[in-house]
Design a protein. Structure first.
Length: 413
């Protein structure tokens, strides 16, 4: 089912209420689902705490007309603002999800700190998944402005250490495009990732969803770094897959990649088909040249003129309808119907018979073949070698002068 403007707007909503907490003893992330505030209130007060490291204040839950959420019983101010809260919530959500996806096959470590890239570059991954094979995967969330040079430095560091990484842009960095449904303005980090030929993912820890940006509204292409807008499609986190080689993979990513692979396959098939046609044409051209070199018509040319007269070798726009090189079928007609046949008549049927005798075929479209033939007979008429004597009938009235047709020779008396 396609997603419209309202769904995208809901995903990008800048909800600031805290919906994630952490178990005081185990450190396990806890999510309060819509409508669950009353049910978990007692447990929240007794066993859970907010996500900010070092905060030991008691929390509780609220619901009703507002989105169910956690709050501090005693007013507390934490550094980092909404971006810091969203970042902590996103890391907690991804760590919990990754642990469930790995299902005991990997060690999942969440970096529990507030990141501020404006002050320092934290090279420790937000969430690090280490598989039993030793293969490592990082999940990185960026809510604040992350300059391209800092991204490149961190990416290089992860590459150097053999760590696969999935980058996720915080939803507050993405703005709706007011004119196009499901379209958004491409954030700066999105351009950086697109330039690196990476999927651009957007994270929302409040709705537990991941958005995937595409370069078209049908979600068949990745973004390009020069795109100013993108199209956003939303998937529930639980429908995503944790892949050791690719990282976090959304259903929309699979859709885009399948479309790209299909387009590449179609393009390859088109290239192969074009190459097959070219090879067939080359093979046919070789066959036609071989037929010409073995023909009686060519022997006539060399015996009488030494080289092909221009009247015989020049092609016309319709010559392709006769399946032989132009000089071959031109010469075959001249030799059989005009050369040394002064005063003799011939008809179209005689022309076709000449071509058959010379093993020359023509296109299945008889109209084009007929136009090619009559066009060339007109050339004989224009050169004074034949004259029309009736409907589809001609009379030979001359022949090509030997000395005037051989380059570099002059006419002799």
């Amino acid at each position: 089912m396609e997603q419209g403007h309202e769904a995208v707007a809901a995903f990008l909503d800048r909800e600031t209420r805290q919906v994630w907490a952490r178990h005081r003893i185990t450190g396990e992330p806890v999510f309060v689902a819509p409508g669950a505030a009353a049910e978990v209130r007692k447990t929240a007060r007794a066993e859970w705490t907010c996500l900010v490291p070092g905060c030991e204040e008691v929390i509780s839950t609220r619901g009703g007309s507002k989105r169910d959420h956690f709050f501090h019983v005693t007013a507390v101010e934490h550094s980092g603002g909404p971006e810091g809260t969203n970042h902590l919530a996103s890391k907690a959500m991804l760590a919990q999800w990754a642990a469930r996806e790995a299902n005991g096959g990997a060690d999942v470590v969440e970096e529990q700190s507030i990141k501020n890239v404006e002050l320092e570059l934290n090279r420790r991954p937000d969430v690090l998944v280490t598989w039993s094979t030793g293969q490592r995967l990082a999940l990185e969330v960026e809510y604040k402005h992350f300059p391209a040079e800092l991204w490149a430095a961190k990416q290089t560091d992860l590459d150097r250490n053999g760590v696969t990484v999935t980058w996720l842009v915080g939803r507050t960095r993405v703005q709706l495009d007011p004119k196009l449904a499901s379209a958004v303005r491409l954030p700066a980090l999105g351009r950086t990732l697109a330039a690196a030929d990476r999927h651009v993912l957007v994270i929302n820890p409040v709705t537990r969803q991941i958005g995937t940006l595409a370069g078209d509204s049908r979600f068949t292409t990745r973004l390009r770094n020069w795109d100013s807008i993108a199209w956003l499609r939303i998937d529930d986190l639980d429908s995503c897959v944790l892949d050791p080689d690719q990282g976090l993979v959304t259903p929309t990513m699979r859709r885009i990649d399948a479309a790209i692979k299909g387009a590449s396959r179609a393009a390859a098939e088109e290239v192969a088909a074009e190459r097959a046609i070219e090879e067939a044409l080359e093979k046919e051209e070789q066959r036609q040249h071989a037929a010409w070199h073995a023909s009686q018509a060519r022997r006539l040319v060399h015996r009488v003129w030494g080289s092909s007269p221009r009247l015989l070798r020049d092609p016309s726009d319709l010559d392709w309808a006769i399946e032989a090189i132009s000089v071959h079928w031109h010469t075959a007609l001249y030799q059989a119907l005009i050369h040394n046949r002064l005063g003799r008549d011939f008809a179209l049927d005689d022309c076709w018979a000449v071509l058959r005798t010379a093993s020359i075929t023509w296109t299945r479209d008889d109209d084009y073949a007929l136009k090619a033939l009559t066009s060339y007979l007109s050339a004989f008429v224009d050169a004074g070698l034949a004259t029309p004597v009736g409907p589809a009938r001609w009379r030979a009235c001359g022949k090509i002068n030997r000395w005037q047709q051989v380059p570099g020779r002059t006419a002799q008396a």
